[in-house]
Structure formats: structure tokens, C-alpha cells
Design a protein around this ligand. Structure first.
Ligand code: NAG
Ligand code: NAG
Length: 466
């Protein structure tokens, strides 16, 4: 007996219910769980920690991410926990001069159909977990997957529990066991020469000082551009804390663990001693600062296994610099596209094709966004000198143009980032697939039975090219 079709279930009587196993309970895994369960699939999620946790305080949710949440009916639950900053201000690191300003309210919602928001990561994850639970996703903690059989689609945890499914999704973050297992080699990410410091200051304390008051009231995002460094600050009123993130270069690679690690506050104050007095004031208000070395995994285009039953998503598959605040958004776009594509599946043997289509679509978009994010990072972090002066002149004196250093006023970029429609993308892809025009797929030309015998003993892809 099949489950009753949900309003989100476009396949009606034809639909098949697949069993998904998601490894990793961060934003990518939990949102994938939601997207798949919404389309009637059965989902079990395995988290290795004893509880679900998100490290770091704030996260920015740009319009296209909030748009997906809106489509899932979650915007009303999210809104009271989140804040829509009025504007983003880019400032010079030394003088604090305003270089460029983008108005976010109401512009983002008017132009892109959903607001740009900021929220505490913990609140965001809790809200998503509640939704996943409500949709019947099995959420299991303390399940440290230590072995995967890609062919039989089974996994084993450190305490010898076995789970199996029709499809396995590896969503276990940057330091991904799934990726190492897929590549068949140790794949420890390495430090990429940058540190990120994070701390919070009580909003009321920020508000009590005349020099820091403006950073939280009215709500806004402030970004200082400095040499090889940048700093982002915004208030999280629901938590009553202001979130501050600082990056700076650091060549050390010998950190005992990957973070969070406690930083010496005096060191941090010293490093930023030549910066805007307002930022120095904020640093004076800090009581603890944690830091993380930024990690970089080997780039890999291999996201799928030849078995056709496994895919990597989220940070386990792709990672990017934080400059377009698209890291979490790209994970959630992964989730949304998985949901849309697996809503269309009609036969079991199409699973491997869906994963191929997913991979092809996502790799192209993620690579382009990642490249752009890295470019913007380089521009934001020019050393003092002619390039920095010219950048600041462009910001101060020029109307926005394509490639402008303030990405939030680059309408060509925003259109590409935010007008991207996952549902349309999935529709078009499915049409092409059904016409037999998706290279690397097989499913439209065969039946489940023929497919089984055709692939038995055959390697599907000689190599995994994108
Ligand atoms: C999971 O298992 C691996 C391998 O045994 C171990 O190194 C790691 O610390 C474990 N993680 C957790 C959270 O238990
Ligand atoms: C992924 C996604 O849902 N994209 C949306 C981004 O926002 C525009 C509105 O500006 C929508 O049309 C897209 O569907």
C-alpha cells in the first residue's frame, strides 16, 4: 500500500516511493530530507554527533534561499526568528568611510520575490529539523557511518548498525567520510592559508555605545574591506546578539583540530589595531573569540558512484569562499533540485539517470558561483595601493556596472544568482531527458528489467566527467 499522495506529489497514482539514506545532519542533509519527504519519499538521516549542532552564530539567507523556503511554506515560521537587514554597507577598513551601500528592504523582496535575511544558525537548523520531523523523516543521531557499500546501497555505523536504502546521499560536510570513501582514498581537507574568527556581542551592549549603535540600529550588514582580510557584522535581534566574523591570512597548517578553537583576544585586537575605530570598539566589547582555519578539500568532479545509487551534495561535494554568501544557499539549492527531480521519477531504473542529471546541472552552476565568489574575495581584500584605491574610487564614484566590487548592486550578477528557478530548471531537464537527449543517461530507452540485466557487470561510466 502506497502512502497517500501529498499536494506536492505531482506523480499521482504513478509514483514510486524510494527509500533514501542521508548521511549528515547539517543544512544540506536536513533540507534534502525535507525536499524528498515533501515529494512522498521515505527518508532516514544519520548524524554522527550525539545531537544536531551548527557551529558559528549567524548565517545570511539571500533571496533565492528564502524563496525556496517560501515555496516549502517555511517563510512564516522562519520570519519571526530572522531579520531582514535594511541595507548592506561596505566600508574602508582604516577610516571606516562608507564606500558603497545597497538597500535590501524592500528592494530584494520586490525584485526577487523573497527577502534577504540573517538568522542564527542554531535557530535555522532547529526550524528545519522540526519541519523534517513533521514530514516523517527519520532523524537518527550518534550514527557514525564508517563503511559504505555503494553497490548494495548499505552503510554500517561505528557501533555496527546496518542501514540500507535505494539511494544514499552523502551530505557530511567538508571533512566528508562519504567523499573519502567514494574516492577510495584519504581526502583530508587542508588549511588554505586563512583563518576565520567569530564572536558575538550582546545587542544591548552594542546599542549602549554611541559609536557601535549604528551597526545594529536599524538592522544592517556592515562589511569592511581590508588588506587580505575582511570583516562582516550584523545583528541577530531574536537572539539579542550581534554577530561578527573576521578573516585574515595565516600560513600555519599545523592546527591540532579544525575548530572552533579559542583565540587570544589581545592577539586579535593587535592584528586589527589599524582598523576603523568603530571595529576596534567592537573588538573591545568581545569576551571570547573563537577561530577556525578555513579548509580546502581537493576539487573533485566525482560526486556519483558507478552503482548509480549514490550522490554527494552540499559542502561534501562543493565548497566556496564566503564572499557571495552562497555556501549554505548552494546546499539548499542542491536539496531543492533533488526534490524536484525525484518528484518526476516514474521507474526505479531512472534513479541513476536522475543522479546524473542532478550532477550535470549542479556542477555547472556551483562552479560558476564558486569562481565568482573567489574573484570577489580577491577584489575585497586588495592590499593598500593603486588597485585598492581604484576599487574604492569605483565604489564611491561609479554607478554599478557588471562585475562591480559591491556584488549586491551588480544587477546582472543578482539576476543570475537570484532569478534562478530550480523548478523550471528541473522541468526543462526532464523534458530533454524524456526526449532521450540527456547524454550519459539510459532510462528512457528501457524498462526496469532490461536495465537490470544491461547494467549487471557493466561499468556505467568509464570516467565521471562533468
Ligand atoms: C566516527 O568514527 C571515526 C572512525 O572510527 C572516528 O575517527 C570519529 O572520531 C568518529 N566520530 C564521532 C563523532 O564519533
Ligand atoms: C531556486 C528558485 O526557487 N529560484 C527562484 C529565485 O527567485 C525568483 C524570483 O525572483 C524565482 O522566480 C525563482 O524561482
Amino acid at each position: 500500500m502506497g502512502p497517500k499522495p501529498t499536494p506536492n506529489e505531482p506523480n499521482g497514482e504513478n509514483y514510486i516511493r524510494l527509500r533514501f539514506l542521508i548521511i549528515g545532519g547539517g543544512l544540506a542533509g536536513v533540507t534534502a530530507g525535507i525536499a524528498l519527504a515533501k515529494h512522498g519519499h521515505s527518508v532516514t538521516l544519520l548524524e554522527r554527533q550525539k545531537s544536531f549542532t551548527e557551529l558559528g552564530a549567524g548565517i545570511q539567507v539571500p533571496p533565492n534561499c528564502s524563496y525556496i523556503l517560501k515555496e516549502w511554506g517555511l517563510l512564516d515560521i522562519l520570519s519571526p526568528l530572522a531579520t531582514a537587514p535594511q541595507e548592506i554597507n561596505f566600508r574602508s577598513y582604516r577610516s571606516g568611510d562608507l564606500l558603497s551601500q545597497s538597500v535590501l528592504v524592500p528592494d530584494m523582496e520586490e525584485q526577487y520575490g523573497a527577502p534577504h535575511m540573517v538568522i542564527h544558525r542554531g535557530d535555522f537548523l532547529s526550524m528545519l529539523l522540526a519541519e523534517a520531523r513533521g514530514l516523517g523523516v527519520g532523524l537518527l543521531t550518534g550514527c557514525n557511518v564508517t563503511q559504505i557499500d555503494f553497490t548494495t546501497c548499505s552503510v554500517w555505523t561505528a557501533n555496527k548498525q546496518e542501514f540500507s536504502a535505494d539511494v544514499i546521499i552523502g551530505a557530511d560536510g567538508e571533512e566528508s567520510f562519504c567523499r573519502a570513501s567514494l574516492l577510495g582514498k584519504q581526502d583530508t581537507p587542508t588549511c588554505c592559508g586563512k583563518l576565520v574568527y567569530r564572536f558575538t556581542v550582546k545587542s544591548e551592549v552594542m546599542r549602549a555605545h554611541s559609536d557601535t549603535m549604528d551597526l545594529v540600529d536599524p538592522p544592517k550588514v556592515t562589511c569592511w574591506m581590508g588588506p587580505s582580510s575582511h570583516v562582516v557584522c550584523y545583528d541577530l535581534p531574536y537572539r539579542g546578539v550581534c554577530n561578527i566574523v573576521l578573516t585574515r591570512p595565516d600560513e600555519r597548517t599545523d592546527f591540532a583540530q579544525t575548530g572552533p578553537l579559542p583565540a587570544d583576544i589581545e592577539d586579535v585586537r593587535y592584528i586589527f589595531k589599524d582598523w576603523d575605530p568603530v571595529l576596534k570598539r567592537v573588538l573591545d566589547l568581545a569576551d571570547t573569540i573563537m577561530f577556525w582555519p578555513l579548509l580546502r578539500a581537493q576539487e573533485t568532479d566525482i560526486w556519483t558512484h558507478d552503482s548509480g545509487k549514490f550522490i554527494l551534495i552540499g559542502d561534501a561535494a562543493h565548497h566556496m569562499t564566503p564572499h557571495l554568501v552562497q555556501g549554505a544557499t548552494q546546499s539548499i539549492e542542491d536539496a531543492a533540485l533533488l526534490g524536484e527531480l525525484f518528484a518526476k521519477i516514474k521507474h526505479r531504473h531512472q534513479v541513476s539517470d536522475v543522479l546524473t542529471i542532478f550532477r550535470d546541472i549542479r556542477q555547472m552552476r556551483v562552479a560558476a558561483i564558486s569562481k565568482r565568489s573567489t574573484q570577489i574575495g580577491l577584489i575585497w581584500e586588495f592590499e593598500d595601493g593603486p588597485y585598492q584605491r581604484e576599487r574604492d574610487r569605483q565604489l564611491k564614484e561609479h554607478q554599478p556596472f557588471e562585475g562591480y566590487p559591491n556584488p549586491y548592486t551588480d544587477s546582472a550578477l543578482l539576476k543570475w544568482l537570484y532569478k534562478y528557478n530550480i523548478r523550471e530548471e528541473a522541468e526543462l531537464a526532464w523534458e530533454r531527458y524524456m526526449k532521450g537527449e540527456w547524454v550519459g543517461t539510459i532510462g528512457t530507452q528501457t524498462s526496469d528489467k532490461q536495465f537490470e540485466s544491461a547494467v549487471r557487470g557493466t561499468k556505467r561510466h568509464a570516467t565521471d566527467i562533468s
